[in-house]
Design a binder for this molecule. Structure first.
Ligand code: NAP
Ligand code: ZN
Length: 349
């Protein structure tokens, strides 16, 4: 089946309309008509070849929502018309230690939604900036939000789970002081989720213009991280910091804000490395720097259900497909509140 998509032919080229093929719906597959797809900063890193190994043409997109169009003969948990989502994972080995416990995100053979090897044409996966996708039922998520909220649900599939998972793992909740660094797509979800979990939330931003907006998202306090005095007021006080920044920066400035035994979890994945932190800042208070990658399928479903129950969606700016390139530039300039979402219907017009 041939479908319309938006992709790029090389790292230094703009995205443009292209046609791609999708596999026939297998016995365990769900065929999905994509309604909306969010734009993650990872899409930009990948489309521009900033991370090693991008294959071209590249069709990004792993914040996918839509309706089931058809299901394979052995699929019993989904039916045509259901509202569903696809996040960053479309396959994994299904039997390793990680898959057994629902941590497919850490399976060595995890297949990401785009740019990962697959038997399908053209030999690697193509993402959600496209009209349809066909995915094994194990990796399909159920959406319990209302139809009207659907576009704003899309970013939960990556930005939502990528912040939810470390907040749960490091037990954000009542009595905990949690910092969220960078108020972009991931960071704004981190603020909403940590707030809903009952933590005291402090947002760190480089953008003075986001100070008031961050409070509206649920931050109890906002720190402009370029202001040394504002930073110093929070020294040795955090139980957890989730760092979403997409560019190299000074990690010591945040490490020193952690309490004894506390952790800063890195989720931002800049194209070039951070300079090494001063290990003394870890040694002195037994502090840790950790990392976290998206979340498993069961946890992604748990996050979607948590968000439906607490009426949490992303704050989005809905765009047409031909605005994707301009949106990438605006995202680079931190000029988005807080996620661009593509109206996939505009691919056809
Ligand atoms: P985004 O929307 O562009 O947000 C990143 C934010 O970081 C910006 O809005 C800005 O916030 C801050 N920032 C940007 N440049 C900065 C700089 N030079 N110094 C300090 N702060 C800066 O990006 P995103 O979609 O949230 O993604 C963030 C990162 O996470 C990307 O690297 C992405 O690839 C990665 N990611 C990782 C995972 C994972 O599984 N670990 C999953 C998805 C994405 P302020 O204006 O508030 O400062
Ligand atoms: Zn993403």
């Amino acid at each position: 089946m041939t479908v319309k998509a938006y992709g790029t032919l090389a790292g230094d080229k703009l995205l443009e309309p292209i046609e791609i093929s999708r596999r026939a719906t297998g016995a365990h597959d769900v065929q999905i008509d994509i309604a909306y797809c969010g734009i993650c900063h990872s899409d930009l890193h990948q489309a521009r070849g900033e991370w090693a190994g991008t294959q071209f043409p590249c069709v990004p997109g792993h914040e996918i929502v839509g309706r089931v169009a058809a299901v394979g003969a052995h699929v019993s948990s989904f039916k045509p018309g259901d509202l569903v989502g696809i996040g960053c994972i479309v396959d994994s080995c299904k039997h390793c230690e990680e898959c057994e416990v629902g941590l497919e995100n850490y399976c060595d053979d995890m297949v990401g939604t785009y740019n990962f090897p697959t038997a399908d044409e053209p030999g690697y996966t193509l993402g959600g900036y496209s009209q349809q996708i066909v995915v094994h039922e194990r990796y399909v998520l159920r959406i319990r939000h209302s139809e009207e909220q659907l576009a704003a649900v899309a970013p939960l599939l990556c930005a939502g789970i990528t912040t939810y998972s470390p907040l749960r793992h490091w037990q954000a909740g009542p009595g905990k002081k949690v910092g969220i660094v960078g108020i972009g797509g991931l960071g704004h979800m981190g603020i909403k989720l940590a707030h809903a979990m009952g933590a005291h939330v402090v947002a760190f931003t480089t953008s003075e213009s986001k100070r008031e907006a961050a409070k509206a998202l649920g931050a109890d306090e906002v720190v402009v991280s370029r202001n040394i005095d504002e930073m110093a007021a929070h020294i040795k006080s955090f139980d957890l910091i989730v760092n979403t920044v997409a560019a190299p920066h000074n990690l010591d400035a945040f490490l020193t804000l952690l309490k004894r035994d506390a952790t800063m979890t890195m989720v931002g994945a800049p194209a070039s490395p951070h300079s090494s932190p001063n290990v003394l800042n870890m040694i002195m208070k037994r502090r840790s720097i950790a990392g976290s990658m998206i979340g498993g399928i069961a946890e992604t479903q748990e996050m979607l259900d948590f968000c439906a129950e607490h009426n949490i969606v992303s704050d989005i700016e809905l765009i047409r497909a031909e605005q994707i390139n301009a949106s990438y530039e605006r995202m680079l300039n931190s000029d988005v509140k807080y996620r661009f979402v593509i109206d996939i219907a505009t691919l056809a017009t």
